[in-house]
Design a protein around this ligand. Structure first.
Ligand code: BGO
Length: 267
């Protein structure tokens, strides 16, 4: 079976170390078309038909940096069969910001929680089953540096890429924002694939300047956005940022147990 896996993660989360562990010496280095951002691809060890595409390290799928645009253009235009999202387990909260956006693309995803050696040393505990349920995708604990969990990642990747089941979207925004996004989804042109409708709706809601180039026709949803901004007394991009952070906080509360409970200061 031949397919592409996109490796997605924040800068410094261990993406290069994982890419090397997955592909070994079987790597090709070039540039992304039209830009001087390095493009690395490699054949998955033991699975010659599977190409791992190392996307630039990014914090978000917004259109503000060249790296973000390269990464999201690849995910939208090339539609890899699977996304391997590597997150730094010792910095889970910050890393999940990108994960929640990537999942909105509706591409089958495996999440690799890296730096587990660091997490274990700190005494923190991550409930991986609870995390998997909250995110709606398989979650595997790894240490790219110590080469642990890599076989599990590969097994899960093969599973999701070959499964015909649509990925489940677990995240629901606040009811009124959800309603605005559903209205925008209903207005999207037919060339937006069903699984990616949420991503496109969020980007239109945020007035993302570059999303129009991925659609045949851009629906006019300004009235929906304005109504939401008036109701929240905030701009639409901040509404989504706040929604995302409160969602991530609730996931972390349910999945992460810190070693030392921070005590309230005695007054
Ligand atoms: C240095 N565990 C631990 N403990 N460290 C890890 C793991 C892991 O599972 N995975 C990666 N690292 P990149 P991006 C370094 O380079 O793969 C470390 O940006 C150092 N270098 O070894 O480059 C990895 O591609 C000197 O650390 O990440 C690397 O995503 C002192 O995380 C860093 C200490 O990994 C980033 C660390 C000269």
């Amino acid at each position: 079976m031949e397919f592409n896996v996109a490796l997605v993660g924040n800068p410094n989360c261990g993406k290069t170390t994982l890419f090397n562990a997955l592909t070994g010496a079987n790597q090709y280095v070039g540039n992304w078309p039209g830009v001087t951002v390095e493009k690395k691809t490699g054949k998955l060890k033991g699975h010659d038909g599977v190409t791992v595409v190392d996307l630039p390290g990014i914090y978000s799928l917004s259109p503000y940096t060249l790296e973000e645009v390269v990464a999201r253009d690849y995910l939208i235009n090339e539609h890899p069969q699977a996304v391997l999202n590597i997150v730094d387990g010792s910095n889970l909260e910050r890393n999940l910001y990108l994960t929640t956006q990537a999942l909105e693309l509706g591409i089958p995803t495996v999440m690799a929680v890296n730096m587990m050696d660091v997490v274990e040393k700190s005494g923190d505990q991550i409930d991986l089953d609870a995390l998997s349920k909250s995110m709606g995708c398989p979650v595997v604990a790894i240490s790219a540096l110590k080469n642990t969990g890599i076989d599990d990642v590969v097994a899960k990747l093969m599973e999701v890429a070959q499964s015909s089941a649509e990925p489940q979207r677990m995240h629901r925004f606040a009811a009124d924002v959800e309603e605005s996004l559903e209205q925008i989804e209903a207005a999207l042109p037919a060339d937006v694939p069903a699984h990616a409708k949420r991503f496109f709706a969020v980007k239109l809601f945020e007035r993302d300047s570059k999303i129009a180039s991925h659609m045949g026709a851009t629906p006019n949803v300004e009235a929906i956005i304005k109504a939401s901004e008036e109701a929240h007394d905030d701009d639409s991009e901040s509404i989504i940022v706040n929604e995302r952070y409160s969602y991530i906080t609730s996931i972390i509360d349910g999945c992460v147990k810190h070693a030392q409970n921070k005590k309230e200061p005695i007054s």
